[in-house]
Design a protein around this ligand. Sequence first.
Ligand code: GLA
Length: 737
Amino acid sequence: MPISWDPQAQQFHLRSDSISYVMRVLDNGWLGHLYFGTPLADGAVYSYLGPKDFFGFSNRLGEPVALEYPTGGSGDYRVPALAVEHGDGSTVLDLRYKSHRLISGKPALAGLPSTYVEVGGEAETLEVVLADNVSGLEVELRYTLYRSRPLVVRGARIVNKGSAPLIIRTAMSASLDVPDADWTLITLDGEWARERHVDRARLRPGRQSVGSNRGTSSSQHNPFVALARPSTTEDRGEVIGVSLVYSGNFVAEVEAESFGTARVRVGINPEGFSWLVEPGAAFETPEAILVYSASGLDEMSQAYHDLYRTRLARGAWRDKPRPILLNSWEAAYFDFDEERLLQIASSAQDLGIELFVVDDGWFGRRDDDTTSLGDWQPDPRKLPGGLETLGAKVEALGMRLGLWIEPEMISRASRLYEAHADWQIAIPTRPKTEHRNQHVLDMSRPEVVDYLFDTLSSVLGSAPISYVKWDMNRTITEPFSPTLPAWRQGEFMHRYILGVYSLYDRLTKAFPGILFESCAGGGARFDPGILAFAPQGWTSDNTDAADRIGIQFGTSMVYPVSSMGAHVSAVPNHQTGRTTPLSTRAGVAFFGAFGYELDPTKLPDDEKVQIREQVVFYKRWRELLQFGRFHRLRSPFEGDGNDSAWMSVAPDRRTAIVGFYQVLSRVNNGPRRLPLRDLDPSASYRVSVWPEPETVPVPVLKLGGDVLMAAGLALEATRISAAQGDFHARIYVLEAI
Ligand code: GLA
């Protein structure tokens, strides 16, 4: 049994192949935390890791006791997991163990995305019920343990079994007390067009947090933090990862407190949040995934990649190789008609590209971003035969058709606005903030979700559409819904995202064959919540190869390569104005769900030749690149960031592809070695460079997996030199002989 209960010791031991998580019901009934780390022996009692004689915080001058779901007001002054307001306005809770049960597998969460099981016996769930006897509030804490994964899935359900309503002010998905604060904090931060850059800094006393209050998980911060020892590297040292399966306002926070311990918490952002729970009702938190690795960041990332790719993402496309697509956005923006689209599609088809995506501009009368959001009918001026005719013609070319939508939005200049101005998010007594000339629909209203489901279903059912890019291009301002009473307005932002999930759920079920890609002004909703519906997301609007190295590198901390939309675009790059070689643009985008974002009809012949080669290369190695094990080798966020590298390895380790990137060319570089990972030490590999450079032929090397991992690939032996110029990418293909 992976989860055991020792009634004498009052101890729970969750033990997978690679971790142990131990808790104990303390003498006063509180649920104490004892341990999270490498596996411990079964059957032993670990109570000495908790407080000995526990009298409550005030007797012990606030000495920190490690707790599973802490509350405030009784001597624990650290950041709480749960805060409520009772009918009399008081806020204290005293959560004591009431009962527990074991559930085989993992129950789904109502209305929220969650990880799942597929094979009997692969996971077990422990539910521990804590009760506050004065108010009747109960907390059901859930812990799912997968037998062969180094992680625990946590979540909480707050049930009001009392007779008076109560208001939740804070309800975290997980709180974890760790016995020391000698850690660095890793977060994934940025902005539009520079999402998920890796930031790492020593913990300092007090609270440090990232979060979002924008309505999306945001480009500014990702719902993820990790605690890594200062000496932890990719392949050595302890790290605890905490990731939240949620797409709305979140907080991920660490408090290093005065006795030298640390508390991590993650969940819905309490700022602006409240939730009224009537007697008999319950509130469910999103779930959080806690990963422990004793051997570095890489192992943590492998755990997330594998779980999210195979037990969070779902549907027909989960395990299917993703098509190479061409997206019309940077090719034509709003300026197209059917003829123009077909020229682009036909030229893309000629290059070997498989899917043609019509981005923004196909509906209403949308010639720029000032109109038509909400009017999801094809513009007859641009598409006289509608999507059906376009789809038939694209399919006749031998390609599939994909479509961009932005369901959650409304333009003032739209028929939807004329009919339903009341559906936009606004406070009736205040001015509304407009952004990108658009407003957000109130997704907390079931009638809005119903309307969108009906409208989009008829669009998607009207033509052979096999891919949808679901965008969300602005943040939420003036949060308010006229359908909620004053005392429930704090629920709005969470209800919004529940509405988004409901629409995603209904559409993905109604159209199981469609591949959904999420997007939010690039990567502002690149989170595990959305991955449960859309197995891939647009990583960033920034398609510049040099910038994409950092964005994809940071994203890979948590998210699998198959989830990262990555496209080759034209130069000078539309975001940065930078010119990088075509081979480098592909060399970066290969490590993602690959595609193009340019006008192929405008390409010179030699570039067409190159693109055909890229497409052939990607098709040949697609499954390895999309579904292989991805390892970060050299970080663009460390040192001067000039060199970076990563690699993907096939499950059987017989083949691997390495990407090495050099931002600026430097003369007299000295010898550089790149230690590889995850190869078979006893195998001999043929190492070739792709594409074969025309100027300096590169010898094909035959090298052992052992030397490639221990000493590294000697880059000079592959004739890498200053002559290759700035923004150089090298793709190495390793094949076991
Ligand atoms: C957002 C997306 C882009 C494109 C435009 C269309 O910015 O991130 O890829 O779809 O919207 O308006």
